[in-house]
Ligand binder design. Structure first.
Ligand SMILES: NC(=O)c1ccc[n+]([C@@H]2O[C@H](COP(=O)([O-])OP(=O)(O)OC[C@H]3O[C@@H](n4cnc5c(N)ncnc54)[C@H](OP(=O)(O)O)[C@@H]3O)[C@@H](O)[C@H]2O)c1
Length: 228
């Protein structure tokens, strides 16, 4: 008797920012769904802990560094290419969130490097495999991309740019599903850094959002903006 499940190749995902918050929750959920994972974040200790849980390949580094993105792409190539790229790692930029009138230009440039240039760089570096495998890209966005909240202009501008890139990518790459996702507020360090621990504590559990994303990948709707 043949073992049919053994013949099904495992799907491979790269998840950025997988050492805590939504990225960690998503790595756990994808591992539970049988995915092979490559995960990254800058802090090596937390990333190694996450990898031990999920059986992922952990590569610590900064997604804003082109050399690190190349390492990630090489690791993906060695596993046969990606079925899913999740650009989740992100920065708020300047904190406390400043008004645009006094927004420091270097902090804004850094936020664009992490939230816009890095996701596009990872798409470019892994696109060949994504095309061949008819894979998918999730770019994690925010409602700050489409609404004007006081103090959120710098971060929101990066997410608006990420959404525009995502939309054009979807048009240019018909073999790849591209979703730009507004996950809603989640109780994570990022939200706590922005609005304080107390207010963040009332937000959604990132595990709930992770399950929503795993379901999205399984359903594979047409490319587009997705709101949870
Ligand atoms: N939390 C919310 O309410 C909310 C709402 C809307 C959208 N989002 C979006 O959801 C996504 C996840 O956010 P989160 O709340 O889970 O954030 P989080 O708890 O702060 O986690 C961010 C993750 O990204 C990693 N990271 C940050 N900068 C990085 C860099 N330059 N290179 C590599 N890794 C980096 C962090 O690890 P290291 O610091 O060790 O690198 C960490 O693993 C982000 O795209 C965020 O913009 C969040």
């Amino acid at each position: 008797m043949t073992n049919d499940t053994a013949a099904i190749p495992r799907r491979t995902a790269l998840v950025t920012g997988a050492s805590r918050g939504l990225g960690l929750a998503l790595a756990r959920a994808l591992a539970g769904d049988g995915w092979n994972l490559i995960i990254t974040a800058r802090g090596a200790d937390d990333l190694e802990k996450a990898a031990a849980e999920s059986g992922a390949t952990a590569l610590a580094g900064d997604v804003a560094d082109p050399a690190h993105r190349e390492r990630l792409a090489r690791a993906a190539g060695e596993l046969g290419g990606l079925d899913l790229l999740v650009n989740n790692a992100s920065t708020l930029g300047a904190v406390p969130l400043p008004a645009l009138a006094s927004y420091p230009a270097d902090a804004l440039a850094g936020a664009f490097a992490t939230n816009v240039i890095a996701p596009l760089g990872l798409v470019q570096a892994t696109l060949r495999g994504l095309r061949e495998r008819r894979g998918a890209v999730i770019n994690v966005s925010s409602d700050a991309a489409v609404r004007a909240y006081e103090g959120w202009g710098g971060y929101g501008a990066t997410k608006a740019a990420l959404e525009l890139l995502s939309g054009v990518l979807a048009v240019e790459e018909p073999d790849v599903a591209v979703w730009w996702v507004d996950p809603g507020e989640m109780r994570t360090r990022m939200l706590a850094d922005a609005v304080g621990e107390q207010e963040a504590a009332g937000a959604a559990d990132p595990d709930t959002v992770a399950r929503f994303l795993v379901d999205l990948v399984g359903r594979r709707p047409a490319s587009g903006r997705v709101t949870r």
